[in-house]
Ligand binder design. Sequence first.
Ligand SMILES: CC1(C)[C@H]2CC[C@]1(C)[C@H](OC(=O)c1ccc(O)cc1)C2
Length: 228
Amino acid sequence: ITKEQQALMKIILDAYNRHQIPQDVAKKLLQDQYSAEENFLLLTEMATSQVQVLVEFTKNIPGFLSLDHEDQIALLKGSAVEAMFLRSAQVFSRKMPKGHTEVLEARIRKSGISEEFMTPMFNFYKSIGELHMVQEEQALLTAITILTPDRPHVKDQHAVERLQESMLDVLRKLCALQHPQEPQYFARLLGRLTELRTLNHYHTEMLTSWRMNDHKFTPLLCEIWDVQ
Ligand SMILES: CC1(C)[C@H]2CC[C@]1(C)[C@H](OC(=O)c1ccc(O)cc1)C2
C-alpha cells in the first residue's frame, strides 16, 4: 500500500467513523412501545438519520466533490438504499450492544414490512456478519458502493470509474494484508455488493406497501427516493 493510498484510507475511515447514527435513535429503540405504528416511526427516524450520515460520509470521499454536481446527486440517489443496508448490516452485526439487535429485529419484523422482504434482508445481515470485516474494509466497501458508475442518469461514468478503481485497489491490497490465509476474501466482499443490489427491488416494494397504508415519510427520504 503506497503512502497516498494510506492517506486515502485514513480519510475514508475517519469520515466513516465521524458520522455515526445519533445515540438518541438507538436509545428510543428500547423505550417506545412496540406498536406497528411506533415501530414505523422509529424506522423512519433511523432511515432518515442514516441518509444524513450517508451524505456527510460521501462528501468526504476524496474526489467526490469535484465530480459534476448532477452526477453527485445521481450517485447519492442511486446508492442510498445499498449504503444504508451496508451500514445497518455492520451496525447490526457488530456495533449494536447485545440486547439492541434482538429489539431492532423485532421492531423491523413488526413495522409493516412484508415477510418476503425480511428473509433476504436478514440473510444479507448474516452474510455481512460472517465476513468479520475490519472497519477500514467496511468504510472502503461503502465508498465503492457509492462510486458505482452505472447508476441511472450518471453522465460522466469514466470520472466515477476512476475514483472507484482507486478505492478498489486499496481494498484489494488491504484484504491481502488482513486476510493472508484467505486469497478469495476480496472476491467475497465484492460478491456482497452483488447481493446488495438485489435489496433495491425489495426496498422499493417496501416503500410502496407503506405508502399504500398511508404511512408518511420524511422530506429527506421523499427526496432521495423520489416518493410522494
Ligand atoms: C434497517 C433498515 C435498513 C431496514 C429497516 C429500517 C432501515 C433503516 C430501512 O428502513 C427504510 O428504508 C425506511 C424507509 C422509509 C421509512 O419511513 C422508514 C424506513 C430498511
